[in-house]
Write a protein that binds this ligand. Structure first.
Ligand code: SOE
Length: 382
């Protein structure tokens, strides 16, 4: 392997996503033939002691407590935003203005309006940009995309996708603050619509093309929760569950559902697509399997196949262990940064770009709007 060029990374945020991204920067150049080696220059978060501990644990060379200082540093090429949703736009826009590459956790903006300002900033500055919709990089999902691109399915009739969790059912769970900001609408923007459904939507737009119109419903099952920052019981303004019907530009009809109230389900992300000649189904709990039905198979043996996507000719798998051995959740982030580094070397951009992230925000905004108006809502093109 040739000598790699340094790519100096400054990350904002040391939570769950700060860890997944940091791990990806370290592992990608070890497992993939990429021209760049991410150098962990600085980690940034408000709590000085904790950010220092995080930096030491992951091998960041320094720690900052003000993201503005991080963005101003001349020794940093790329700003990675792994902090809560209310910080995304301000940091991304400042980083783009400073000429940095910008990677951002999902959802891109709390609203499409915020996301649009972020797209304008990175496109004006012409800086590489990407949103961490990591599930696009599951090998079985990438294989499904390849099969669709090869037109093995024919006309697509249906798409359906769910993301089911159960961790907010207790009424005693507070809202707000570290770990629970996803329940605070001021920080998160929305509830499951922006947090979970956004994953389903990003993947669907990639696999099945644009969504044109939507009819949605949302519900907030627990109406009040203690707020961790004020100590007061306050109204809950996020959506706890969100579901919608829609039409895709290719004429297919779809059903989507996300909830944190599906008792027994921890992160059940599913999808199924039905075409004229074939169907496929995938779920995150069995992420290595792609279930595939080919109507072209010989009649007496026609049926659903469960293909174990771990062979050397499956997407990404030749870079890991030996055929049959599995990889997991953290590898989706490693694949994403590896793809980013390959694209960077070729002066290309890896998807999903900020503009792709905006397309998802347009859909989630339309979901929230339709749930309020109780009408079908059109989805603007990004
Ligand atoms: C919420 O529980 C969450 O952590 C999301 O924020 C992530 O995006 C999803 O991948 C897993 O669930």
């Amino acid at each position: 392997m040739s000598k790699k060029k340094d790519l100096n990374v400054g990350i904002v945020g040391y939570g769950f996503m700060g860890r997944t991204h940091s791990n990806a920067y370290l592992q990608a150049p070890r497992f993939f033939d990429v021209a760049y080696r991410p150098v962990l220059k600085a980690a940034c978060a408000r709590n000085a002691d904790r950010v220092k501990g995080f930096a030491e644990n992951w091998g960041y060379q320094s720690a900052e407590t003000d993201w503005r200082a991080l963005v101003a540093r001349k020794d940093i090429d790329l700003i990675d935003i792994a902090s809560p949703n209310d910080t995304h736009a301000e940091i991304a826009i400042a980083a783009a203005k400073a000429g940095k590459m910008v990677l951002c956790e999902k959802p891109l903006g709390r609203t499409a309006e915020e996301a649009k300002a972020m797209v304008d900033a990175v496109e004006k500055a012409k800086v590489p940009n990407m949103v961490w919709y990591n599930y696009r990089r599951v090998p079985a999902v990438v294989l499904l995309k390849k099969l669709l691109d090869e037109d093995r399915f024919g006309r697509i009739f249906h798409y359906r996708s769910q993301f089911l969790q159960d961790w907010t059912i207790s009424q005693d769970l507070p809202q707000g603050g570290e770990g629970l900001w996803r329940l605070d609408s001021a920080v998160a923007g929305s509830g499951v619509t922006g947090d979970l459904l956004a994953h389903n939507v990003d993947m669907a737009l990639w696999l099945n093309g644009p969504i044109t119109e939507i009819s949605a419903m949302t519900e907030t099952f627990v109406k009040q929760r203690k707020h961790n920052l004020t100590g007061q019981v306050e109204p809950v303004k996020i959506d706890d569950a969100s579901a919608f019907l829609c039409r895709f530009q290719n004429g297919s009809l779809a059903l989507f559902e996300a909830t944190r109230y599906a008792r027994g389900h921890k992160a059940l992300f599913t999808l199924e697509i039905n075409g004229e000649r074939a169907s496929a189904a995938w779920d995150l709990h069995d992420l290595h399997r792609l279930n595939y039905f080919d109507h072209g198979d010989e009649g007496q043996l026609r049926g659903w196949k469960s293909v174990h996507i771990t062979d050397g000719d499956h997407p990404y798998m030749k870079n890991w262990w030996v055929p049959g051995l599995q990889i997991g959740y953290e590898h989706t982030f490693i694949h994403q940064i590896a793809d980013f580094l390959v694209a960077l070397d070729g002066n290309r951009t890896a998807a999903p770009t900020f503009r792709d992230g905006l397309a998802t925000d347009y859909v989630t905004d339309a979901v929230l709007k339709s749930a309020k108006t109780k009408k079908w809502e059109a989805v603007p093109a990004a």
